[in-house]
Design a protein around this ligand. Structure first.
Ligand SMILES: [Mg+2]
Length: 312
C-alpha cells in the first residue's frame, strides 16, 4: 500500500455469518503484512455496525467487514456518515453485493484486493430512509425474509431459501399497487415489486443482467403473473436477469419511484424487513467508496465466485 504511514483498518467480522467461524487468522496476517494495522471492534449491547463505525471514525482510515449482505447492510449508514472506504471479506450466506462489484468469493483473494486497489465510488439504494446495497422488495420475497429465521439460514444455507420459497409460492397472492415514477402513475396487479441498486441478490438471483451498483440508476421490476406456476417458467430468467423481456414482467430503470398499496405491506431491504409501504425509493449516487476492481475489470470476482461454487 502506498505511503509510509501504516493505515488503520477498523476490522469487524460478524461471528454469526455463515463462514464467520472459519479461521480468520491467515487473512488478518495477510492484511497486516500488507501494511494495515487492524483495529478490532464489535458492537456492544444495542449497537448497530453503523454505530460502531461512527464511534470509531477517528481511530481508523478504512473499514473492513467480514460477513454477508445483511452484515454490510447494518454498516451502510455509518459508512455514508463517516465517508470511510469499505473493504469486504465475503463470509455470509449470501454475498451478492461482493459479486455485483467483482469482489472475489475467496477471503484471501478479497484481502489481496483491499491491499491492491483504490476505493471505487458505489451507489446505494434508499427506501423510506433505509439504505440497501442490493435490492428492496415488496410481496413474495419480503415474506420470504420474514419466514426465514436466522437458525434456518445457518442450518440450511441456500437450501433454506428454496424450502421457504416453495412453501410461500403455494400461497402467494397478487396485490394492487400504485407506482409513481418519472411523471406517471400506474396501477398494477403484482405478485412482487423489486427495486435493485446492483445486479445480484437473494443468493444467486439477478435484478437486471446489465445493472451495476455505480450506474446511478435503480432497476425496477414487477412480477405481474396471474398464476404462481408462471413463476416457475420465469425462474431461469429471474436468475439470469433477463426477465424484463417477458410480457408479465414490468421493468424500467429510474432514479426515484414511489410504491403505494391499499394496506401497508412490508418492505424487505437486503434480506430484512425494515419498513412499510408507502415506499419511497431513491438512488444515493456514489454514496460510499469500496475497494473493488475498477468498472471495466470485474470478471475477477465472477471467476472467484464460480470457483467457490464449484468447490462447495
Ligand atoms: Mg444501479
Amino acid at each position: 500500500m502506498a505511503g509510509t504511514l501504516r493505515k488503520r483498518a477498523l476490522f469487524i467480522v460478524n461471528p454469526n455469518a455463515r463462514s464467520g467461524r472459519r479461521p480468520i487468522a491467515p487473512v488478518r496476517e495477510m492484511l497486516e503484512s500488507g501494511g494495515l494495522t487492524l483495529v478490532d471492534a464489535a458492537p456492544t449491547d444495542g449497537e448497530t455496525l453503523s454505530d460502531v463505525i461512527s464511534r470509531m471514525r477517528d481511530a481508523c482510515d478504512l473499514v473492513i467487514i467480514g460477513g454477508g449482505d445483511g452484515t454490510l447492510n447494518s454498516a451502510a449508514a455509518g459508512l455514508v456518515e463517516t465517508g470511510l472506504p469499505l473493504g469486504v471479506l465475503p463470509l455470509g450466506t449470501a454475498n451478492d453485493f461482493a459479486r455485483t462489484i467483482g469482489i472475489p468469493a475467496d477471503p484471501h483473494d478479497a484481502a489481496r484486493l483491499i491491499l491492491s486497489t483504490e476505493p471505487q465510488p458505489i451507489d446505494l439504494g434508499e427506501v423510506n430512509d433505509h439504505l440497501f446495497f442490493n435490492v428492496a422488495s415488496i410481496g413474495f420475497s419480503a415474506e420470504l425474509a420474514g419466514e426465514l429465521t436466522e437458525k434456518a439460514k445457518k442450518r440450511w444455507g441456500k437450501l433454506g431459501y428454496a424450502i421457504v420459497a416453495a412453501r410461500l409460492l403455494a400461497r402467494s397472492r397478487v396485490f394492487t399497487a400504485y407506482v409513481e415514477h418519472d411523471g406517471s402513475v400506474e396501477e398494477i396487479r403484482t405478485m412482487q415489486v423489486s427495486v435493485g441498486n446492483g445486479r445480484h441478490y437473494g443468493g444467486g438471483m439477478t435484478v437486471e443482467h446489465t445493472a451495476t451498483a455505480d450506474d446511478g440508476r435503480l432497476d425496477f421490476y414487477s412480477l405481474e403473473v396471474d398464476h404462481w406456476w408462471r413463476l416457475l417458467a420465469l425462474l431461469p430468467s429471474l436468475r439470469k436477469g433477463t426477465h424484463g423481456k417477458w410480457d408479465d414482467v414490468r421493468a424500467f430503470r429510474t432514479t426515484e419511484v414511489i410504491v403505494k398499496t391499499s394496506k401497508p405491506r412490508a418492505v424487505n431491504t437486503d434480506g430484512d424487513l425494515t419498513t412499510w409501504t408507502p415506499a419511497h425509493f431513491r438512488i444515493r449516487e456514489k454514496a460510499i467508496r469500496v475497494f473493488a476492481p475498477s468498472n471495466g475489470n470485474r470478471d475477477f470476482g465472477l471467476i472467484g465466485n464460480v470457483r467457490a461454487n464449484a468447490v462447495s
